[in-house]
Design a protein around this ligand. Sequence first.
Ligand code: NAD
Ligand code: MG
Length: 393
Amino acid sequence: MQTLTILGSTGSIGISTLDVVARHRDRFQIFALAGHTQVDKLAEQCAIHHPQFAVVADATRAAQLRELLKQQGTPTEVLHGAQALIDVASAAEVDGVMCAIVGAAGLPSALAAAQSGKTIYLANKETLVVSGSLFMETARQHGAKVLPIDSEHNAIFQVLPEQFSGSLNHHGISSIILTASGGSFLNTDLADLPNITPTQAIKHPNWSMGHKISVDSSTMMNKGLELIEAHWLFHCPPEQLEVVIHPQSIIHSMVRYADGSVLAQMGLPDMRTPIAYCLGLPERIDSGVGALDFSKIAALTFQEPDFARYPCLKLAYDAMYAGGSAPCVLNAANEVAVAAFLRGQIRFTDIARVVEHSLAKHVSGSLNSIDDLLALDKQIRVQAEQFAGSLKN
Ligand code: NAD
Ligand code: MG
């Protein structure tokens, strides 16, 4: 029996995780669920999964949740605030932590899970973008296992040699190929991109996801963040990472070997597959995802990404090559820009402008403590907000 904490349980990944968990009551029990502001949803989840603790953002929401739980007769104890996320991620009773909070807000709790030697189911890619070196080193020192939930990294994880030691060359691997859908605006006229609305940008053609990652997919910043994520997860030098657009999202990523073989992982675009793969290890367990029906797939196509359409991808490449603090700056500016776009403050094409402006102003250095990284994150957010404010139309 594995005891789990699910951080971000009310989000897209959290809901998919609980769906898989519910199919295997004999394997998993829930210690804590964390849902930030969605009190009703969290109360519902508590009634079904009986966690010992539920965590929300603040005291007001905690009082609301306590009242709902009382009405339902659910005995879950309610906690609130950032420290509570850390506490439920590192509690001695917990074996595994699903890190599915969106953005750099998920970093302190993911790091706490690493420091406590937990099995980490990592969906929150921003953690690796902001603090890749520190996070992986902390996990190593404390014997925490980091299992990739992100579909591309999960695909790579599935097709790497079983005893992968962290050296690509040692295993005869020439490169790692990340596939990308290209998002909703792959074929939109470049001239129309400035007029893309938030409603259009949060509709992904293949995947059903949270708003932030859906916008990131349409700018391909998501693939940029994933390049940096793959760099840290698989010790992959930047020049051995490839990106290819594959609009059908059937191949979730590939590994290219020295002998000419390319191994791919395929499946329907449903996050329950990577979640079940990691939760079930070393066994394969039911995820609820249907079988891939090849007679219904008309074609699998591939094309190169174009930086004129996806300037955010280029910016992410630049930040990855620059290393040090640049990816932290990239992430903070992007989070601010996406939020400003979703509020209707800036245009779709301004997202890249905000990120570019922040990166151009920043002198990259190496930051080795979480406090330094969080301080930089905060400082960049202030600057990026100001710049986004100046773009307001
Ligand atoms: P979402 O917006 O649907 O859910 C986010 C969750 O985080 C919610 O439970 C929300 O309550 C919580 N949250 C938000 N802000 C918080 C804060 N400041 N403190 C604590 N909790 C907070 O997002 P999602 O699509 O589920 O994505 C979650 C993470 O997983 C992201 O990092 C995303 O990049 C990654 N991911 C998602 C998918 C997907 O298919 N959705 C795929 C790969 C990776
Ligand atoms: Mg992904």
